[in-house]
Write a protein that binds this ligand. Structure first.
Ligand SMILES: [Zn+2]
Length: 201
């Protein structure tokens, strides 16, 4: 009788121990599983909307589709008429080549300047500290409007020669301005876009 009792106790203890152990591993597994599900999703590639985007070392995209960094030239300090300095780079491309946003932001101003940039667009960075200027456009992208949220790679318009550009040499005049607090779209301090896009001077 004592012997049967002992055997029962042994079986009971072994069963209880197995149950506790499996409960522990089930809990551990489930916790791991939950953590996996809450892990952050893989970041969405910024060029998702424009697969041909070329990103410079600064993270800025070359704003004319199909243009490579080696094709850019640094004309930032070139003289312009009236004793002005260029303060921008010209990205040469055929009429109608898509112009896309180099960086995200808000479309602050659509402006036409007959004797200057022609059909132009100004996009301010989300932190307000940078302004990206696209000029001599042939036209705007469909539906483009002031106040619009712009993602990197979003269509701005097409390469043209409006304003004071030579129709024989269509290009995007692209400028980057550093903006002090309160500065308007026509203000700002020009920063050379060339090293930002091409990574060298
Ligand atoms: Zn220019």
């Amino acid at each position: 009788m004592n012997r049967l009792k002992l055997i029962l106790i042994i079986f009971f203890t072994a069963g209880l121990s197995a149950a506790v152990t499996s409960a522990f591993w089930l809990a551990a597994f489930n916790r791991g599983h939950v953590e996996d599900r809450s892990a952050p999703a893989a970041p969405v590639a910024p060029q998702a909307r424009a697969p041909d985007l070329v990103l410079g070392p600064s993270g800025l995209a070359i704003p004319v589709l199909g243009v490579k960094a080696q094709q850019l030239s640094d004309t930032f300090t070139q003289a312009r008429s009236g004793g002005r300095v260029h303060d921008a780079i010209d990205i040469m491309a055929p009429h109608g080549t898509p112009v896309v946003a180099a960086a995200p932001g808000t479309l602050e101003k659509l402006f036409f300047s007959k004797g200057g940039g022609g059909i132009t667009a100004y996009v301010r960075s989300p932190d307000g500290k940078w302004l990206f200027y696209y000029a001599h456009l042939q036209d705007y992208a469909a539906g483009l409007h002031e106040g619009q949220a712009i993602r990197q790679g979003d269509p701005i318009g097409r390469v043209g020669s409006t304003g004071n550009a030579n129709p024989a040499g269509p290009h995007l005049h692209f400028a980057v301005y550093q903006m002090a607090p309160g500065q308007k779209w026509y203000d700002g301090t020009p920063v050379n876009p060339y090293p930002l896009l091409a990574g060298r001077r």
